[in-house]
Design a protein around this ligand. Structure first.
Ligand code: SAM
Ligand code: SF4
Length: 321
């Protein structure tokens, strides 16, 4: 079992299989062209799988594939199947912008994927274009429909922003509700790659908007999920992810792996240790030692909302959120 210095059990690994993305979301990626990590620096799926085995053997019970956009990486279903075949009880999930889901959802499910989180920030084509930098909405919604149709469990993420999509909170919730998709509103997390002008809505503002339309009860947190849940009278649950509150970190059970093999103890901070060399030399014990050290050094909490107003230099497109 992996236990950090604050007695939190770490059993959740998020694996970013690529930092590349077909979107340029304003809250995630820089507008200007920038250079990607060279392809030869990426770990192959076989190498990543070697580390998945180490992590599972050490106590990881949930693996989420993310990116960048994970569906840009060829043969993703084969990687999923490798993990599933090694340990079918692993809770195998993926976070995707859904653009390429249509036509791949069934294959991913057949490979062993159980759940997906899709980003639905808007239902207006022109707003989707403004957020993602290209005309994406049609493909995104078709991808979401397909995922529901093939029987994947689907959750949606929305990052509400002032003067952008804040007026669509209820519309996105309704879109999700009728499809049995639980929506989570994520407070925009400032970082040095995002567009400077973005102003995210904080939890009290979101709740005030939602209270104008619905009655709901505060259900609090659910296990280790960072999401604060609310239940409506008809039983529908939505969540708010509030990184600016300390509660976000108290039950944090996760670490992150980048496509280059950097193991990251916290989404906010720059600190990381590489497992790439150990894995490439077949040094399983070495990789396990790095894993334990990263868990040991996991910080108590992030600094969003901290007094120093420091801005995180960790790129979401590298860590996968
Ligand atoms: N490309 C995939 C997607 O967009 O779902 C997976 C990677 S993306 C980095 C994972 C999640 O991080 C998405 O739900 C996205 O909305 C969220 N995210 C990215 N930047 C963020 C930010 N600055 N604040 C809050 N959430 C952010
Ligand atoms: Fe790409 Fe996801 Fe970042 Fe948007 S949030 S730019 S889809 S990685």
């Amino acid at each position: 079992m992996l236990i950090d210095s604050y007695a939190r059990v770490v059993d959740y690994l998020r694996v970013s299989v690529t930092e590349r993305c077909n979107f340029r979301c304003q809250y995630c990626m820089p507008e200007k062209p920038f250079s990607w990590v060279p392809k030869e620096n990426l770990l192959s799926f076989e190498e990543l799988f070697e580390f998945m085995k180490v992590a599972i053997d050490e106590g990881i019970k949930k693996i989420r594939i993310t990116g960048g956009e994970p569906l840009l990486r060829e043969d993703l279903d084969k990687f999923i199947k490798m993990i599933y075949d090694y340990e079918p009880t692993i809770d195998l999930a993926m976070t995707t912008n859904a653009f390429l889901l249509k036509g791949t959802a069934q294959r991913l499910k057949d490979a062993g994927l159980k759940r997906i989180n899709v980003s639905i920030d808007t239902l207006k084509p022109e707003v989707a274009q403004a957020i993602a930098g290209k005309d994406v909405l049609k493909n995104v919604l078709e991808g979401v429909e397909e995922a529901v149709k093939v029987g994947l469990k689907v959750k949606a993420n929305m990052v509400p922003m002032k003067n952008m999509n804040a007026d669509e909170i209820v519309d996105v919730l309704e879109y999700c509700k009728v499809r049995g998709i639980s929506v989570r509103f994520i407070e925009y997390m400032e970082n040095s790659y995002a567009k400077k002008e973005i102003q995210g809505l904080k939890s009290p503002e979101l709740l005030a908007i939602l209270r104008e339309h619905y009655s709901f009860e505060d259900e609090g947190f659910d296990g280790s999920s960072p999401s604060h849940y609310y239940k409506m009278e008809d039983g529908y649950r939505f969540g708010i992810i509030e990184p600016y509150a300390d509660d976000f970190c108290k039950k944090c059970n996760r670490i992150r792996l980048t496509a280059e093999g950097q193991l990251i103890p916290c989404l906010y901070f720059d600190e990381a240790m590489s497992i790439a060399e150990s894995i490439k030399r077949g040094d399983i014990k070495g990789a396990a030692l790095v894993l334990k050290e990263v868990v040991r050094t996991k910080p108590e909490k992030n600094r969003w909302g901290g007094e120093d107003n420091e801005i995180s230099k960790r790129a979401f497109y590298e860590t996968g959120g």
